[in-house]
Design a protein around this ligand. Sequence first.
Ligand code: BGC
Length: 494
Amino acid sequence: MGRLARVYAAVVVAAAAVAVAVVVVKRRGKGTKWGKVREIFTEVERKCATPVARLRQVADAMAVEMHAGLASDGGSKLKMLLSYVDNLPTGDEKGLFYALDLGGTNFRVLRVLLGGKEHRVVKQEYEEVSIPPHLMLGGSHELFDFIAAALSRFVETEGDEFRIPEGKQRELGFTFSFPVKQLSIASGTLIKWTKGFCIEETVGQDVVAELTKAMERQGLNMRVTALVNDTIGTLAGGRYEDSDVLVAVILGTGTNAAYVERANAIPKWHGLLPKSGDMVINMEWGNFKSSLLPLTEYDEALDFESLNPGEQIYEKLISGMYLGEIVRRILLRMAQESSLFGEVVPQKLEIPFILRTPHMSAMHHDSSPDLKIVATKLKEFLGIQSTSLKTRRLVISICDIVAQRGARLAAAGIYGILKKLGRDTLTSPKQRTVIAMDGGLYEHYSIFSECLNNTLRNLLGEEVAGTVVIKLANDGSGIGAALLAASHSQYLEG
Ligand code: BGC
């Protein structure tokens, strides 16, 4: 063989070797790690899709369920609970009032000195206490005693500027952020627990009576003059600031919405006709369920293994308690079926609720070139020692799918309420509609809130969107509860 022929032969052999190598890589790509990862990812992406047409249907279904829930007791998954709040704050409220806000892993105690139209909120102080997890699943006495004890300690720190007039009892607005069937403005029975709380003996009980007994056990002389859901508190607090507030939405550990309904839209079976023309309704929209909701196997498994299977399906797609957990479940499947994080599945990844939504949010917002926040969080919370850039990018994409689905569905829910109120089109004369928003998910997860705002704008169209405002009402529910305690004070004349 001449030199040229030898070179040619060598080139052919080398080319053949490369060809074989390419085939091998291709085969491996399809059958192993990344091929399988891609397969799982594409399926998640497809099942979580929320095209605008689907969102419009979800909004319509929400509006239909609102009508059905109002029309008859148990007529819908939406409870549409009467709040007994038929006069929202006017600004005239005066005096010292306390509020207690129970609804998540923390509760807040708050005191506020209201100075009427002229002086508004003169002074306020608050304290936040975290609830030991065992109390969320323990006995009723234990939980209420813990809360009353914290409230009692807080009252002891009351400074001179807050003193109440001699002989008067301190009054409290109790924000209890669970579904309650109100019996009056200051009493109501718990329908069920949500958000990881589960204390069977309290279901069906009057929560104000439970708290009052616990306060008595602590020797605390205080009277609950308003019992409100956090949505109602937020609506009241929002209205105090802006008279165009008509809707309140909570996007935090849990999710819910409330709105102002016209009295003539509330059927008589409710047994109560509001004095004025309006009544605030607590929708309990977290329990919304529809075949239109884009559910995946991960959501179904999460629901099945939850403390409240079959309940709060919309909440389980949207709220802060669950978003991180959905991401964990997707990553776990990828780890198990495609060794995404190495041959051994990281043990921590198997622990339910270990990946919390704030961790997910931190990863999702990582804009560093090598995604080092993603790497750190995966190491810190899931014990995953090292990850490639490709893996980190994948994690972000999964966070994106899950967060966008939640935000878009929440926007559809809001759009549904606006439809029910006739505020999805331009009114004549043009009216502003303000939505008071509260909750850590909306406040801190900016990709989520931006997506929600853009989706709502898109659903409404530019012109109508110009009349709808979402206002962040930071802890509006605490002040709102205090304001409602004031407007229902036992010392009010008449
Ligand atoms: C509860 C609602 C509450 C919402 C937001 C839900 O789990 O059922 O009553 O308003 O969480 O806190």
